[in-house]
Write a protein that binds this ligand. Sequence first.
Ligand code: SF4
Ligand code: SF4
Length: 147
Amino acid sequence: MTGQANQRYVVVVQCHLVVQRCSGYFCELSFDRREGGFAGYPAGQPLRSLYMTCGGCCGRGLQRKLTHLLRQLRKHEQLGPKDVVVHLASCLTHENFHGPPCPHLEYLKTLIHRTGVAVVEGTRISMLSEQRRRSGQYAKAAGDGCH
Ligand code: SF4
Ligand code: SF4
């Protein structure tokens, strides 16, 4: 996690497949508490947030969604790419009970970089899932838990 003190707008990008089973609650909880991938934001820093999915494999739709968002931010709030940071949801970047990381992770990051927006990998980080990743449990069998 890097410090993100200057950014004003957080965009959480979730896996289009996973959100068919997940409300995104733990991503939002972590954001609200400034935990996990959001721990680098200073307490009290006013931040807006918005959630979107990658648009489905291979994630190509994400660039258009972000471009649309940036266009609206520029037009209505005079905000630019440097004011925005994308957090890729942990279920997309980390081995977890939903499955291995997204096979298109590098492609998604390339698309985001092309918009000029910074990207951070991770949102909610569960201690239980961290233990399971370290022990290789996810690689052996599907389990239960959360990111
Ligand atoms: S990281 Fe967890 S809460 Fe966030 S979208 Fe993925 S499965 Fe849902
Ligand atoms: S490109 Fe990755 S994040 Fe998007 S739906 Fe496919 S597996 Fe999920």
